[in-house]
Design a protein around this ligand. Structure first.
Ligand SMILES: [Zn+2]
Length: 145
């Protein structure tokens, strides 16, 4: 689970159901302003975090290359992986590491890269949502009127 997501922060607020639609949208809209900041957005769609996703996928590919060069993984695994979209790659790493030779080592590698990705994402989202440079002071309820 990713802490600090706007959608988590606000939807579990007791006053949430009394908030009007516009205010709700404002509260959970991602600072990148391309979508509501939920788990899917922050991992797949967010422009602010895409470098972290790319970095995760790159780390996973590097781990595969390492295992292939140690003959612990068939080359076809990486080849198949490269054909996938980002969303499919994520799903593949979560659900499919146990399909081939070297699966245990690979699952371990995937676990490590996922862990470091989630940590960097959590840290980044926290900074993103508290950064002054991207917030619009007119939308701050503390300073309205
Ligand atoms: Zn975003």
């Amino acid at each position: 689970m990713i802490n600090h997501l706007l959608i988590m922060k606000h939807m579990y607020d007791g006053k949430w159901h009394k908030t009007d639609f516009e205010a709700k949208l404002d509260a959970i809209m991602c600072p990148c302003s391309t979508g509501i900041q939920d788990v899917h957005h922050i991992i797949i769609d967010c422009e602010c975090t895409s470098h972290l996703l790319n970095n995760w996928l790159l780390q996973s590919e590097e781990a595969m290359v390492r295992l292939i060069s140690n003959k612990k993984l068939p080359e076809s695994h990486l080849h198949n992986f490269m054909q996938l979209s980002d969303t499919q790659k994520i799903s593949f790493m979560i659900h499919r590491p146990y399909v081939s030779k070297g699966s245990e080592t690979l699952a371990h590698e995937y676990g490590l890269t996922a862990q470091s990705y989630l940590k960097s994402l959590t840290d980044f989202v926290k900074t993103l949502n508290t950064s002054d440079s991207i917030s619009d002071p007119t939308s701050d309820p503390m300073h309205a009127h």
